[in-house]
Design a protein. Structure first.
Ligand code: PEP
Length: 254
């Protein structure tokens, strides 16, 4: 069975003390994850070290970076490289979140470089894709997402692409409280899997975990995660409350 993943994306939220408390609360819940389940906390860079310390001994819990720079090293003041993350024992990195694409002008081409840096440094990229409301209204979402995948991922070898997680996040559902329907979610996830399978073979398409993101909460997680091609979720707002996130973890397929 594919890896089932509950990934928290804290974005630019929480003080150090709040972060510490939240991580402790989730750890103290003593959730017994199954072999195929993974819990990931994408925390601000500053908190990666403490996150690693607090969750490091919990089975199947991992800290993740929310971003990395596309160059290997050098005079890029304020940036963080994939190699630095690797040297801190970080094993996952979000790539191409819609907020990065929109506010920091990250193009599909830049994201393809970030994917390369991650893979060179044994970081599993969680590649985010998804359409705006305008694109959905024009019924262009499948072609749009396919282009995102093609432009940022299809230079990878078959072996490389299996070391990657995809998160489908329709922009109109992020932080809006408006969740996509299970029909819309399953349809897009199946499409993403078929795009990968057509390029790399069904064996590869079947191996890749595809997460859904967009207003996932404790009350809708189970229904969303139960869709055939949904392998968990990338969770923003609801991951900032321990009890909500604990329930979301518990909603993962076994
Ligand atoms: C996200 O930031 O990736 C996200 C899905 O946010 P939210 O859960 O708040 O919609």
């Amino acid at each position: 069975m594919r890896k089932q993943i509950a990934a928290a994306n804290w974005k630019m939220n929480l003080s150090f003390q709040q972060a510490d408390q939240l991580l402790n609360s989730v750890v103290d819940a003593g959730i017994a994850t199954k072999e195929n389940q993974q819990v990931i906390f994408a925390v601000p860079f500053l908190y990666l070290s403490i996150a690693n310390q607090l969750i490091g001994t919990v089975k199947n819990f991992n800290a993740a970076s929310q971003n990395c720079y596309q160059k290997k090293e050098g005079a890029f003041t304020g940036e963080i490289s994939a190699a630095m993350l690797h040297s801190m024992n970080i094993s996952y990195c979000l790539v191409g979140h819609s907020e990065r694409r929109e506010y920091f002008n990250e193009s599909n081409e830049i994201l393809s470089e970030k994917i390369d840096r991650c893979l060179e440094n044994d970081l599993t990229p969680i590649f985010c894709c998804g359409e705006s409301l305008t694109i959905r209204a024009a019924d262009q979402q499948k072609t749009f997402v396919e282009t995102q995948l093609r432009d940022s991922l299809f230079h990878l070898s078959k072996e490389q692409i299996t070391n990657l997680v995809i998160a489908y996040e329709p922009i109109w559902a992020i932080g809006t409280g408006k969740t996509a329907t299970t029909i819309q979610v399953q349809e897009m996830h199946a499409h993403i899997r078929s795009v990968i399978s057509n390029q790399y073979g069904t064996d590869t398409g079947d191996k890749i975990s595809i997460l859904y993101g967009g207003s996932v909460k404790a009350s809708n997680a189970k229904e969303l995660f139960n869709c055939d091609d949904v392998d968990g979720g990338l969770v923003g707002g609801a991951s900032l409350q321990a009890e909500e996130f604990i329930q979301i973890i518990k909603a993962l397929k076994c």
